[in-house]
Ligand binder design. Structure first.
Ligand code: TXA
Ligand code: MG
Length: 395
């Protein structure tokens, strides 16, 4: 065969085997052997298996290859935000639409200034929020500096970039030790619920990435809150681990007027946060979300009796209001009903939400019935995810 043809063929085969046929190693890491004070730039890590495994992760990141690691919100799939091949590796592994920009994760404000901002400074409006919520589940938008070194695959043509400092000691140490700002979306296959355990990442991305650092279940369970303080009024682009009430409480005067961005958008609509227009958090089974907890028994009964084809296996995810009568209403129509409690406090419900959606999906349900909660405090982020996961919303 001709040389050029062979070369193209080789490249094609290499690319396919690279993205689908690699061995995925799962390595344990223990956040408890790390001390990383709020204003420090480097962690103190006891000599341990955790340190060895973190160093393995750093080597892979230096080779411009994505790895998965725990953050306090959900597991992330990270790679250098400064390298286009690295960032492209993320999109390929996840099968993520190429026009949905990524959040850059930094380990300190010093690193943000040194590696990403050059001579520009962080706008004052963010100061109180950074002081209160970093490290933690808050993402802010900053203007992309002129002559930026951030890969355009990461910002996908936006004039702003999203950045946060994770509080999980594993995530933060990985970024500090490598001194690489990491572009990192949630480490799920695109459209699936975000992963809150290493096993979820393994399920979705096994064979597609070389390494998953297993640091146990995530604390917060939903993704970070994304805010835009560059507009007047400032905007809440995605509710998440920091509540709207907390932003108003600690942000100072200008954040009192924060507005909520629309929760979803049509395919061709230009949107403030590009993630809006994509399918999200979807289990295989249809999800029916009951928003209003009053009179749920009769509404659930009516819904189930009309659902076609008659579901054999149904999961009911309860939180505060669904009780025995609702479960009985489902049992009247279905043979096999599994009831799981998401918890009662907002923090519990957030922590369990994605894991339970995955758990019932693994069991091959025909239908998932979920109880909605008030859209206050943690409830705003929970309901944002549930509305996106739902195929039917019953008011
Ligand atoms: O908690 C989190 O934020 C997790 C962990 C891994 O840190 N990451 C995460 O990333 O949720 P991802 O890619 O799943 O969500 C990023 C969101 C998307 O909705 C995206 O559209 C938005 O941030 N975003 C990123 N850059 C943006 C920008 N310049 N302007 C507006 N929205 C942006
Ligand atoms: Mg995501």
């Amino acid at each position: 065969m001709h040389q050029p043809v062979l070369r193209v063929l080789y490249r094609f085969v290499a690319r396919r085997t690279m993205s689908t046929n690699i061995t995925t190693e799962l390595l344990r890491v223990d956040p408890n052997v790390i001390r990383f004070p709020k204003d420090a730039t480097m962690p103190e890590i006891e000599p341990s298996e955790t340190l060895t495994n973190l160093e393995k992760g750093v080597k892979i990141l230096q080779a411009e290859t994505p790895i998965a690691f725990p953050t306090e919100t959900v597991y992330g799939l990270g790679a250098s935000a400064l390298s286009t091949p690295a960032v492209k590796g993320i999109y390929a592994a996840k099968n993520r639409p190429a026009d949905n920009p990524l959040i850059i994760h930094i380990s300190s404000v010093d690193q943000l200034e040194r590696k990403l901002l050059f001579n520009t400074s962080i706008p004052d409006i963010y100061r109180p929020l950074i002081e209160k919520f970093w490290p933690g589940p808050l993402t802010i938008l900053l203007p992309v500096p002129e002559n930026t070194n951030i890969s355009s695959s990461c910002t996908v043509g936006q004039s702003t970039f999203a950045v946060r400092m994770p509080s999980n000691p594993i995530a933060r140490s990985l970024i500090a030790l490598s001194d690489i700002p990491l572009a990192a979306p949630s480490a799920n296959a695109s459209t699936k619920p975000s992963p809150t355990r290493a096993s979820h990442v393994y399920h979705d991305l096994q064979g597609r990435i070389p390494l998953i650092l297993d640091g146990g279940p995530c604390d917060v369970g939903v993704e970070s809150t994304v805010v835009d303080g560059l507009t007047d009024p400032p905007m809440l682009l995605r509710p998440g681990g920091v509540s709207l009430e907390e932003i108003r409480k600690y942000g100072g005067e200008r954040w009192q007027n924060i507005q909520l961005a629309k929760a979803s958008a049509d395919k061709n609509e230009k949107v403030r946060t590009p993630g809006m227009k994509y399918k999200h958090y979807s289990p295989r089974a249809p999800v029916a979300l009951f928003i209003n907890p009053t009179d749920s028994e009769s509404r659930v009964k009516e819904f189930i009796s009309q659902f076609e084809p008659t579901p054999q296996r149904v999961a009911v995810l309860t939180s505060r209001a669904f009780g025995e009568p609702v479960v009985q209403a489902v049992q009247e129509h279905c043979q096999d009903v599994t009831v799981l409690s998401l918890g009662t406090s907002g923090a519990e419900i957030s922590r369990n939400l994605f894991a339970m959606l995955r758990e019932v999906d693994e069991q091959g349900m025909d239908l998932i019935v979920v109880e909605g909660i008030d859209e206050t405090e943690e409830g705003l982020a929970v309901m944002n995810r549930l509305k996106k996961a739902a195929s039917t919303i019953i008011n």
